[in-house]
Design a protein around this ligand. Structure first.
Ligand SMILES: NC(=O)c1ccc[n+]([C@@H]2O[C@H](COP(=O)([O-])OP(=O)(O)OC[C@H]3O[C@@H](n4cnc5c(N)ncnc54)[C@H](OP(=O)(O)O)[C@@H]3O)[C@@H](O)[C@H]2O)c1
Length: 269
């Protein structure tokens, strides 16, 4: 994968969980460390080890081609005045700050802006990021953003920023729903008589394996995969009859996603 042009310089602000995953993925994919500056108030040992490969933990001397914002959203107002003088109108700003709209980012940065919403599996290169641009982003800048964000997984481009709250509710918060499913399955296994550690291992491996099947059999829909393991009158059918009941899993998930979307709208600024 090619990330940026030969002269593309990059400033990463905030190298915590998500910023750190991005930095590691860029370097793994061959982005030249000498082109990267990172601002992070208290660099971890891990970040210092990465920096030893040639990344500068300091302000850049010239405005970078790309600024990636990965601090906590509530810090935007505090860091923006420091960053504005470090950038110019041609700096492409990529923000992964949850809830920070293109309009609020544009109050600090006059040029092209990409608002992106990644998710936690980015930490293992299996994230899904939805992204939207403001009107100042050129096709080339969008390709640059796509290459940078693709380092941590897949990228979906949105044509309408109003979809970001629903994206947050589905893929942004979604990994927690799946972890919760694994927890519930383990508890149910215990209730069904299994030793707790065995129930936990079975539940975890089942979620992992089902996820891997979704990946490796991407031509088959989740519903088809489910139907393929559900013999009429069998054990899976007995369980699904419960999950499918009135106020069952479909309604619960729909209500959960609606609640997350509403909260995302409330937190958006
Ligand atoms: N984690 C996710 O699954 C996820 C998903 C979607 C979007 N996001 C977004 O990603 C962003 C980062 O989240 P995260 O989970 O990676 O948080 P995080 O681990 O807390 O990372 C934020 C980093 O920014 C650093 N920082 C604080 N003040 C700074 C400053 N003035 N200049 C430069 N860096 C500064 C923090 O350092 P200290 O720890 O020393 O304060 C920390 O290392 C958030 O805006 C969040 O909305 C995260």
């Amino acid at each position: 994968m090619r990330i940026g042009g030969e002269s593309a310089s990059l400033l990463l602000v905030g190298a915590g969980k998500m910023g750190g995953a991005l930095l590691q993925a860029w370097l793994d994919r061959g982005l030249d460390p000498a082109r990267i500056n990172v601002l992070e108030p208290e660099p971890s040992d891990e970040l210092r080890a990465i920096a030893a490969r040639g990344v500068a933990l300091a302000r850049p001397a010239r405005p970078p081609a790309t600024l990636v914002l990965a601090v906590k959203p509530q810090l935007l107002e505090a860091v923006a005045p420091i960053l504005t003088p470090l950038t110019d109108g041609s700096t492409l700003v990529i923000s992964i700050l949850a809830g920070k709209t293109l309009a609020s980012l544009a109050r600090h940065f006059p040029g092209p802006i990409v608002r992106a919403m990644p998710n936690l599996p980015a930490a293992v290169g299996q994230g899904i990021t939805a992204a939207v641009t403001n009107a100042k982003v050129s096709p080339g800048e969008r390709r640059r953003a796509d290459a940078l964000l693709s380092a941590i997984g897949r990228v979906e481009w949105l044509s309408d920023e109003s979809l970001v709250d629903a994206v947050t509710a589905v893929s942004g918060s979604g990994p927690a729903y799946v972890f919760y499913l694994a927890e519930c399955l383990a508890k149910a296994g215990q209730s069904a008589g299994l030793p707790p550690d065995l129930a936990a291992r079975l539940a975890r491996a089942t979620v992992e394996g089902a996820g891997a099947l979704l990946t490796h059999r991407s031509e088959i829909t989740p519903a088809e995969l489910r139907q393929a393991v559900t013999s009429p009158g069998g054990t899976t059918a007995a369980a699904l009859a419960v999950l499918d009941g009135k106020d069952g899993l479909e309604k619960l998930i729909a209500d959960a996603v609606a609640a997350a979307k509403l909260r995302a709208q409330e937190l958006s600024s």
